[in-house]
Design a protein around this ligand. Structure first.
Ligand code: ADP
Ligand code: MG
Length: 704
């Protein structure tokens, strides 16, 4: 059965309210009252076997008896009756069920919830909720919820996983002056999830920015895919950033992959801007809903006050849109609209003498100039000027410039008159904020949106051509021996199937074999213990590097064995790995985990204290494209080390990015086999000289 498109959910022409009540104060009454008082124009069918009329609407005894298959049903009956109602709605042909009722999976009853979804899908119907406030839509004048009123009108739509927060946001929209077209309560997400709503809202003519409050996704991958396909800006506030399930992790990567970091990575990949807090969600969704993306990096700031100009300059650097001096011709023109002591550099300080005319002239010229990719106009309230007139001058200048498709944001610092002037600006499509850093942060979001979309569109490398079967064979062999991890030698074999550059490594079972292998590989060599019971080889004294000759090799062989036995008397020892000694390079760690929400996920960080102490690592949900991998390098605090510090040549980031792409393909293809893994360390050489994986670890998924 094909599932419904959700048009009837978001824009219902008629609604049934199952569990409608004639008793004020009950949710079943509030919903009817809200539909009526907020101006819903469609047909309303209250359903209640014990009433005949509620607020002037004719009441029906059951779903079957209403005169048409309504587009949507709002369901408020107690949980135990919901399954029957879902079935009755299905038989009636009602395709969209807004289940407000609570008492399902949020209190542990997952089964009933699943049954409702199963039943609904049988009829092609969809369920929003259960355990929700409902839907508010300004463009439909549809308050299908128990929230007290429709939010202030606006162009972004918000999806909230918290009902209480949704009601609070609804109310605060009026105080903040930041409006919404739709507020959608998503609740338990038994059926309709964030991905479904993102897909629908992306096509909605009344939504120009999708905002969301997220506690957690059920299926992170469909979310990423839906967002990648969307063309509108999306901004998410994620709560619950404490680590989860990290304690029992077997690998380094596992212990570093907290939910917050993986969510952060997923948002990056999805092209979703992450809000820092609730204020930020409002502030930046306002800009994203009103203004176009910023396509280049040149930001110009106009101001009448030096102080706010400097604050804006600081913020510009902080938010990733650092100011550059405007070209000479731009400066020369701007100079005409300020006193001698003004500054036409960037920020352009017209001084406190600036009035409507100067604001108009500089805004119009700057906005139209091809060098300027984005404009921020700042204003400090002065005794000589009228904030509303300044606001009107700015707006008129933008309109008169003849240019479109460039973002502008504004900040007025002042009193009530400034606040009112900013309201006027927002009403006229220009986002305005009470502090200069907020105006900068807002335009930075428009820049980030543009840059993210560019990266999102790049395809990751394909898995075709990798010898999946060979890898599984190696893994199965380990499994038949009752192991849940691969030895370094086996892990390196798997890695090399995916084209990762591993050091040549072979297993010696006797001292003589070790010597022969060392000669074959060529001194100096590295020797290591190979034992499924010793995962951290150095801890057991199981690694000897820089072995220069036969005598040293014989010595190393014996010492490693002795150390291993001392470390773990009954360790099962396969032998000693003899391997090529890689030249010194910058040590990095690559790793993978299977995230509970997003599945196979890559980690990257610098080795040594950077990862051990500073936990300076970053993540990407696999598969990772080359561009995404390159972006990972700039996200860690140790980024300059790869870029080349203190006269050192830059490291081969292209080669490392390629390894990350391949690694990420491997963990996708082998996702039923690999639970966690790492390549620690990978040595990274100078640009053009590649990388070398010198240690490999793969932990297998437990199979039933
Ligand atoms: P483990 O992590 O299990 O303790 P490794 O194989 O990572 O063992 O070895 C420990 C350290 O020895 C590595 O961090 C690296 O500095 C060095 N090392 C290991 N193998 C090589 C190699 N083939 N070439 C150069 N250095 C190596
Ligand atoms: Mg290691």
């Amino acid at each position: 059965m094909k599932l419904d498109s959700l048009d009837g959910l978001m824009k219902p022409k008629s609604v049934a309210v199952v569990g409608a009540s004639a008793t004020p104060g009950k949710i079943g009454y509030t919903v009817i009252q809200n539909l009526q008082k907020d101006g819903y124009k469609g047909a309303v069918y209250p359903i209640n076997p014990n009433a005949t009329e509620i607020l002037g609407y004719k009441v029906y005894p059951n779903v079957t008896s209403i005169p048409e298959a309504a587009d949507a049903a709002i369901i408020t009956v107690p949980a135990k009756f919901c399954l029957d109602v879902v079935d009755e709605c299905g038989r009636k042909g009602i395709k969209n069920l807004i289940i407000i009722t609570s008492g399902f999976s949020e209190v542990g009853d997952k089964e009933l919830e699943e049954k409702m979804v199963e039943t609904a899908h049988k009829y092609g119907s969809r369920i929003l909720g259960p355990n929700i406030v409902g839907i508010c839509s300004n463009s439909e004048k549809f308050n299908g919820s128990f929230a007290p009123f429709l939010p202030l009108e606006g162009k972004s739509s918000l999806i909230s996983q918290s009902g209480a927060l949704l009601i609070a946001i609804d109310a605060s929209s009026y105080i903040r002056g930041v409006g919404f077209d739709k507020l959608i309560s998503i609740g338990n997400m038994a059926d309709i999830d964030f991905a479904d709503l993102v897909t629908w809202l992306d096509k909605d003519e009344n939504t120009s920015c999708i905002s969301m409050y997220v506690e957690g996704f059920k299926d992170g991958r469909t979310f990423i895919e839906a967002c990648q396909k969307a063309s509108k800006p999306i901004i998410a506030l994620k709560s619950g950033v404490s680590a989860h399930g990290a304690a029992a992790a077997a690998s380094h990567t596992g212990s570093l992959a907290g939910a917050a970091k993986v969510y952060g990575a997923a948002f990056q990949q999805a092209g979703v801007i992450q809000a820092a807090d609730l204020d930020d969600l409002f502030d930046r969704s306002l800009a994203l809903s009103l203004q176009p993306p910023m396509k280049g990096e040149n930001l110009l700031v106009l101001t009448n006050g030096g102080g706010v100009g400097v604050l804006a300059t600081d913020a510009a650097e902080k938010y990733g849109v650092p100011l550059k001096f405007a070209p000479a011709d731009v400066q020369a023109e701007l100079k005409k609209h300020m006193p001698e002591f003004g500054s036409a550099k960037n920020p352009v300080d017209m001084t406190g003498m600036a009035g409507n005319e100067w604001y108009y002239a500089t805004t119009k010229f700057s906005y139209a100039h091809k060098w300027v990719d984005g404009l921020v106009v700042l204003y400090c309230e002065t005794a000589m000027t009228n904030p509303l007139e300044i606001a009107q001058s700015i707006k008129k200048a933008v309109d008169d410039s003849g240019v479109k498709g460039k973002p502008v944001t504004v900040s007025f610092v002042g009193g009530e008159r400034s606040v009112n002037a900013m309201r006027w600006l927002v009403d006229h499509g220009i986002p305005a904020y009470g502090a200069p850093d907020l105006a900068i942060n807002a335009i930075a979001a428009l820049r980030e949106f543009y840059k993210m979309k560019e990266i999102v569109n790049e395809a990751p490398i394909s898995c075709e051509g990798f010898q999946y079967e060979q890898a599984v064979e190696i893994i199965n062999k380990a499994r038949t021996e009752g192991r849940d991890s691969l030895t370094e030698i086996e892990a390196k074999q798997v890695f090399s199937i995916y084209g990762l550059p591993v050091t040549a490594t072979e297993l010696a079972k006797t001292e003589d074999e070790a010597v022969a292998l060392a000669k074959k590989i060529g001194f100096p060599v590295v020797m290591k213990i190979v034992s499924p019971d010793i995962l951290h080889k150095s801890d057991a004294g199981g690694v000897k590097v820089n072995i220069k000759d036969e005598a040293a090799a014989r010595d190393a062989y014996q010492t490693i064995l002795k150390n291993a036995k001392a470390y773990k008397a009954n360790a099962n020892i396969h032998g000693i790995a003899v391997q090529e000694m890689a030249p010194w390079g910058t040590e990095v760690i690559l790793g993978s985990v299977n995230d509970p929400t997003f599945g196979p996920t890559m980690m990257f960080g610098l080795g040594g204290i950077f990862v051990e102490v500073l936990k300076d690592v970053t993540f990407r949900v696999a598969p990772v494209s080359q561009n995404q991998a390159l972006r990972m390098f700039s996200e860690i605090r140790g980024a300059p080390i790869l870029a080349g510090v203190r006269g050192e040549a830059p490291r081969d980031r292209e080669a490392l990015a390629d390894v990350i792409c391949r690694y990420s393909s491997m963990i996708i293809q082998l996702q039923d086999e690999i639970s966690e893994s790492d390549a620690n360390p990978v040595l990274v050489y100078e640009e053009g000289k590649g990388v070398k994986v010198v240690d490999a670890r793969i932990i297998l998924k437990k199979k039933a």
